[in-house]
Ligand binder design. Structure first.
Ligand code: F6P
Length: 489
């Protein structure tokens, strides 16, 4: 039986007991903004928030994150806290404010110009800058001070997320040895040869090895981490317990493949709101009922392989022109990290490329590619998945990728094909996808044809198996298994 919210709740009570539960991440789960003078909120895109918000609704702890919205300050109380989800509050969000310099150095700088490319190894050179590193340390300290202020002398478990806060556990434990800390990395961990170029590697590894538990999406990233430690640190690797002992302190290292709230997405996909959103989208894009729709949903990021995907779609129409007018590719691209030149350039490249491909293949009434830039509500995104016959997920390297799991969860009628990059963490679980190497344009185009032509019976069988994997390994199981591991500490 798949894990449920109730089961997770009970498990948490047993494991966490009377400890406070605090989640720390850079990105906040709800961003308050002003629109035409009124306060609104948006849910940011990205794996960490998609996965952890449903968990926090059940566990009811405090989530500490950077307040990035222009209305964020106006909705918090004196402690900088606001209850969320705004429409049905379940847990507290404690916001941290960053100056422009801090945001530049810590977020755009060290996190996303150094650690992000370093860990993804997607041919974008990491840039290590001393000033960025200084701000990275300052902001990690800011998170530590805020958490220590929330905890005071209570017992607490701090669950740290992602590559923005690699030093946090050490900073917390220097002040409060009784804290239990665990860190989950939502991105890959690179091999030791790639990581060794990082000038701050020792401080980063010491930070991570202060945790009691360290989680990655897949075993391969755990082994990369253990190999890195072996090469860089005077530490003992315990292969039986899969742990590292450094300075007399043990850190368990484990794989926990993250997931989505399958039951909720699957239920939402049948709602009236989603059905009417589907109608509106078809109307907006003037798509005939018999057109085969492929969708892609990505943050505009060079690791996501969006350019490669568009080139493959272009090749598909070159090779198989009989599909012109019969297949449409909709790419939803969320703008991201636009103050970093590589992201801005990628965005410009995409605009140019889509324009070129559309010019080359379009007919009077049909465009091969529709690029959606506007923010879409959750209902709109689920409608997009649901109306798609296939989903194209083609990162060059991705820790897990939750887009593919969300797509699968919406396919209650089994009518959908998943085309998945072999370089995602999800590829290790989702055997029934059609696999592509995004660097191999020719074969990618052939696989697109295979997806379009897949007979109905095969399509349904594959989707059925994909759904049973995601249903069983849902987000509650991920959180439950992670927390259960704490018993071993
Ligand atoms: O999935 C990895 C991740 O870093 C998330 O943790 C993050 O929220 C997401 O990518 C989106 O990135 P950003 O928060 O920089 O917009």
């Amino acid at each position: 039986m798949p894990w449920t919210k109730t089961q997770l709740n009970e498990s948490i009570k047993k494991i966490i007991g009377d400890r406070l539960l605090i989640i720390a991440s850079n990105r906040e789960p709800y961003i308050h903004t002003y629109k035409e003078g009124k306060v609104e909120y948006i849910r940011p895109i990205g794996g960490a928030v998609t996965a952890l918000d449903p968990v926090m609704r059940v566990t009811k702890g405090t989530w500490v994150a950077y307040g990035s919205g222009n209305a964020d300050k106006d909705v918090v109380d004196k402690k900088n806290e606001v209850k969320v989800p705004p429409e049905n509050p379940k847990y507290k969000l404690r916001r941290i404010w960053l100056s422009k310099d801090e945001e530049n150095g810590y977020y755009y700088g060290y996190s996303n110009k150094a650690m992000w490319p370093l860990c993804h190894m997607a041919y974008t050179r990491p840039a290590f800058d001393d000033v960025d590193w200084a701000y990275y340390k300052i902001v990690n300290q800011k998170f530590a001070d805020t958490i220590l202020d929330i905890v005071k002398d209570q017992k607490a478990f701090v669950w740290i997320q992602d590559y923005h806060l690699l030093l946090l556990s050490k900073l917390l434990k220097e002040k409060n040895k009784n804290l239990i800390t665990a860190h989950f990395l939502h991105i890959p961990w690179p091999n030791p040869e790639a990581f060794r170029i990082c000038p701050q590697k020792n401080e980063i590894l010491e930070g991570l090895l202060s945790n009691n538990l360290l989680g990655f999406h897949i075993r391969y990233h755990c082994s990369n981490f253990m190999e890195t430690v072996k090469l860089e640190m005077e530490a003992r690797i315990d292969t039986e317990r899969t742990s590292v002992v450094y300075g007399g302190h043990e850190t368990l290292v484990r794989a926990f493949p993250i997931s989505v709230d399958f039951a909720e997405i699957s239920e939402q996909a049948e709602s009236k709101e989603v059905k009417s959103a589907m109608k509106k989208l078809r109307h907006e894009f003037s798509i005939e009922n018999d057109v085969f729709i492929m969708v892609g949903l990505d943050r505009i990021d060079y690791t996501k392989g969006i350019v490669e995907k568009i080139r493959a779609v272009d090749r598909f129409f070159e090779k198989f022109p009989e599909y012109k007018g019969k297949v449409t590719f909709i790419q939803k691209g969320g703008l991201s990290r636009m103050h970093i030149p590589e992201y801005k350039e990628l965005n410009d490249t995409l605009n140019r490329l889509v324009e070129e491909v559309n010019w080359k293949h379009s007919t009077e009434k049909w465009y091969p590619i529709l690029l959606i830039r506007r923010h879409m509500s959750r209902t709109g995104i689920i409608a997009l998945y649901k109306m798609a016959n296939a989903c194209l997920v083609s990162p060059l390297h991705d820790g897990m990728n939750l887009v593919c799991k969300e797509f699968i969860a919406t396919k209650n009628d089994l009518n959908g094909v998943l085309i998945l990059s072999q370089f995602t963490g999800a590829a290790r679980e989702l055997d029934d996808a059609i696999f592509v190497n995004p660097y191999d344009r020719e074969n990618f185009a052939i696989m697109l044809k295979e997806a379009v032509e897949l007979p109905d019976s095969k399509k349904k069988k594959r989707m059925k198996r994909l759904r049973s994997v995601v249903k069983e390994n849902n987000i509650y199981k991920w959180a439950g298994k992670f927390l259960e591991e704490l018993k071993k500490i």
